[in-house]
Design a protein around this ligand. Structure first.
Ligand SMILES: CC(C)(COP(=O)(O)OP(=O)(O)OC[C@H]1O[C@@H](n2cnc3c(N)ncnc32)[C@H](O)[C@@H]1OP(=O)(O)O)[C@@H](O)C(=O)NCCC(=O)NCCS
Length: 146
């Protein structure tokens, strides 16, 4: 993989992004193909992609909730490029972007059984929220950063 570059997603990234957003851990079907067309034109959000040779290999979406808060979702790394620090590179770039916009609070939500993400977020300083939303058969856990 060439040195990854983080940039905003473009409409023509659709095929490359959706190619690695098909399945989630636990053999769950990914929802990104259902929301991509809406997300890419949404004014109050940005999709960031990490690219190799300008081809997306990771993505994350940021939605602007208010002047100070952002909602982050849809973190995905192409399975061929996991454990190479891509999610960290994406995170660093997104954090810099958010700080430049004075957005100091990030919120996100993960499936309660996604222990890998729970560990990653906890290491980044996210704190678990007190709200547990139950949506049968899937439980969702709300996580709020400090
Ligand atoms: C979770 C995911 C985003 C991690 O991306 P990644 O680029 O492989 O992660 P990185 O290489 O940047 O590693 C980040 C940290 O997570 C840890 N990590 C990554 N994958 C891990 C795994 N399978 N098990 C345990 N720890 C893991 C790394 O060791 C690293 O820890 P460190 O900060 O102590 O060094 C990626 O595996 C993925 O896309 N998974 C499927 C989709 C998903 O679950 N998205 C989140 C939905 S909320």
């Amino acid at each position: 993989m060439t040195k990854p570059i983080v940039r905003l997603a473009r409409e023509d990234d659709r095929e490359a992004v959706l190619s690695f957003c098909q399945m989630l851990p636990g053999n769950k079907k990914d929802y990104i193909p259902l929301v991509w067309d809406k997300w890419i034109v949404e004014q109050k959000s940005q999709i960031f992609v990490a690219t190799s040779d300008d081809i997306p290999v990771a993505m994350e979406r940021v939605l602007f909730l208010s002047d100070s808060e952002a909602w982050r979702e849809g973190l995905r790394v192409d399975s061929r490029y996991r454990n190479q620090g891509l999610s960290k590179i994406l995170d660093l770039n997104i954090n810099q972007y958010l700080l430049s916009k004075n957005l100091k609070v990030s919120r996100t939500m993960i499936l309660s059984d996604n222990q890998i993400m729970a560990n990653i977020l906890s290491k980044k300083g996210y704190k678990k929220g007190e709200i547990m939303i139950t949506m049968k058969p899937i439980r969702l856990l709300l996580i709020i950063s400090g």
